[in-house]
Write a protein that binds this ligand. Structure first.
Ligand code: NAP
Length: 548
């Protein structure tokens, strides 16, 4: 028996570090790391110890024999990665699984004094940085989030029907209550405290604020009611307190999603999933109600390029083929699509569409009965049309640049970083300029995650990103480059409380967690998320029961 890595692989390489026979690749030191969509276990070398499965933060690793039907393909997928990489291959070097020379990228002097670091953002990027600092140094951490609850994109970005991926939060939650961590949730840098104030109370400040904006399509009608960014839609179904329950109108039978990334697939899947199946997830109560009442039965996913170039991962596409009660269809409007699917090699993502029905979709008709997702490649949205709200989307491609009737257009064309008050900003890349994580021209200030490298890569990509930033920060500390803070930690905690009386700390976060779980228990759901700032603050401050 051997183990296999499956769909939810987050590629953070925790498994690589615990494998006693080095049979999981690519490792962070190898060239493929960061460009392959997942990591793979070599069945010929695996000794079946299960250490990787125990360590995996997202429950993605199983014995091959125990794989459920929808994941069975991952046995061969893992094995296929090693074909052609046997001993002597150019890619692999003389012995693929041999241990390389140990590399010590960080050597801290024995008298290295603990640094006091503020980390702004409690999503995966910030938490990987916190984990690194706490596990490898005696650092004291002030952990800040502008929302009165922790989690960032794990709480508000990961789709509710991906509970394994959300488990990464359990790993991070261990550090919320760490004795060297002090949390201020609900504190906004730029509103409640300035960057200068934060810097004046800490040796270093790390910004892990993600990408809070959206790329635009730049087509007429984009701002009509009924046209939303997928970021807003995702935040809506995840009960983000800044997106009101009535933000999304699901009254049409068809939704058009522009973009071919994993966010587009998340949105499409949630829209056509059986709402009864979503009851077992932590989807927002308002979204569940809206989906139950909604006539949506067709989602059109528009990709401007072909099925071989789509940005979504193969595993997420493959998962769609197992979605109960949902048909997949490829719009056969352009001969390049079918040709690419037919010519795709078995491991290519386009090959997943090989068994999928192709048809020339007649957009003048209402969607047929049943729920389905239609992939339309080589097609761009050029205009959203409608009096007062979106009624159709005109798209390119045959026959004759058709108009697709719809009441909801979701723009899933990528996130966009927003400027951070007090820091430089590169308008072209929408990131904060940096060298190895150190903000350019700002000694003692660092960035990690999407605000550092742009809005791509899943949760695990932040682990190596955080390691780079923390390495730079520690090297600066050793070199004596960190500015000396003017005030102590206690002074900052007093300042934070003076500026915002509604802050939630680690104990408050645990109260929110208990409140959401108990609401879930009452409603037969795993969790019912609190969906407004006042509710979160009340629960965090122990006032939720009184408020009910
Ligand atoms: P993404 O992967 O960058 O995909 C963006 C998509 O938008 C691409 O298909 C891109 O097409 C398209 N696009 C961009 N501008 C366009 C335009 N003007 N017109 C038409 N199409 C346009 O971004 P994302 O989907 O927001 O995902 C962000 C990151 O989060 C990704 O790394 C993703 O894998 C990750 N994520 C992972 C999961 C998961 O693992 N389940 C879930 C959600 C997100 P081109 O390729 O042609 O540029």
């Amino acid at each position: 028996m051997t183990y296999a890595i499956t769909q939810t692989c987050c590629s953070d390489a925790t498994c690589v570090a615990v494998c006693p026979v080095n049979c999981i690749h690519p490792t962070p030191e190898e060239r493929d790391f960061g460009s392959t969509e997942m990591l793979h276990i070599d069945p010929k070398t695996c000794i079946d110890c299960g250490a990787c499965a125990d360590a995996c933060p997202v429950d993605a690793i199983f014995p091959v024999e125990d794989l459920p039907a929808a994941q069975r393909e991952y046995g061969p997928v893992n094995a296929a990665y090693y074909e052609g990489r046997e001993a002597g291959s150019v890619t692999a070097g003389p012995n693929f699984h041999a241990w390389g020379e140990p590399v010590f990228e960080r050597v801290l002097p024995s008298d290295f004094a603990p640094v006091r670091v503020a980390v702004v953002g409690t999503g995966p990027a910030g938490m990987y940085a916190v984990e690194d600092l706490l596990l490898h140094t005696g650092a004291e951490v002030t952990l800040i989030d502008r929302l009165p609850v922790a989690g960032g994109l794990i709480r508000y970005g990961v789709a509710p029907d991906h509970p394994s991926t959300k488990k990464a939060q359990d790993v991070f939650a261990r550090f919320h209550t760490h004795p060297r961590v002090r949390m201020h949730l609900g504190l906004e840098v730029g509103r409640d405290v300035t960057h200068r104030e934060l810097a004046a109370h800490h040796d270093a400040v790390v910004y892990a604020v993600g990408a809070g904006g959206d790329r635009r399509l730049s087509v007429p009608g984009e701002d009509l009611p009924g046209s939303l960014s997928a970021r807003t839609f995702v935040a809506w179904y995840n009960a983000h307190p800044e997106v009101a329950p009535d933000t999304v109108d699901l009254s049409s039978e068809r939704v058009v999603v522009v973009g071919n990334g994993n966010v587009a697939l998340d949105a499409a899947r949630v829209l056509v999933s059986d709402p009864d199946a979503l009851t077992g997830s932590d989807i927002a109560a308002h979204a569940l109600d809206a989906l139950r009442a909604s006539p949506v039965r067709e989602v059109v996913v528009l990709g401007r390029r072909g099925p071989g170039e789509a940005a979504y991962t193969r595993s997420e596409l493959l998962a769609l083929t197992h979605l109960p009660g949902v048909d997949l269809v490829v719009d056969d409007h352009d001969p390049r699509t079918g040709a690419a699917v037919d010519a795709a090699a078995p491991g290519d993502k386009a090959a997943v569409l090989r068994g999928v029905r192709r048809e020339a979709v007649d957009w003048s008709s209402a969607p047929p009965p049943g729920r389905r997702i239609v992939f339309r490649f080589h097609s761009e949205a050029v205009e959203a049309r409608g009096e007062g709200r979106v009624r159709s989307v005109r798209v390119t491609g045959g026959p004759g640049d058709p108009e697709i009737p719809t009441g909801l257009l979701l723009r899933a064309v990528g996130y966009r970083g927003l400027p951070v008050a007090g820091l430089p900003f590169d308008e072209a890349t929408c990131t904060v300029p940096h060298e190895g994580g150190r903000v350019t021209g700002e000694l003692g200030t660092y960035v990690v995650g999407w605000i550092k490298r742009g809005p791509s890569g899943g949760i695990g990509a932040n682990r190596t990103c955080a390691a780079e930033t923390v390495t730079t920060l520690l090297a600066d500390a050793v070199a004596g480059l960190l500015p000396t803070p003017e005030h102590g930690a206690k002074a900052f905690h007093r300042l934070a409380r003076r500026r915002n009386r509604h802050l939630v700390d680690a104990r408050g976060l645990a109260r929110i967690d208990r409140e959401e779980l108990s609401r879930g228990l009452r409603e037969g759901r795993p969790r019912v998320k609190l969906a407004t700032v006042p509710e979160l603050v009340a629960a965090g401050q122990g006032r939720a029961r009184a408020a009910r």
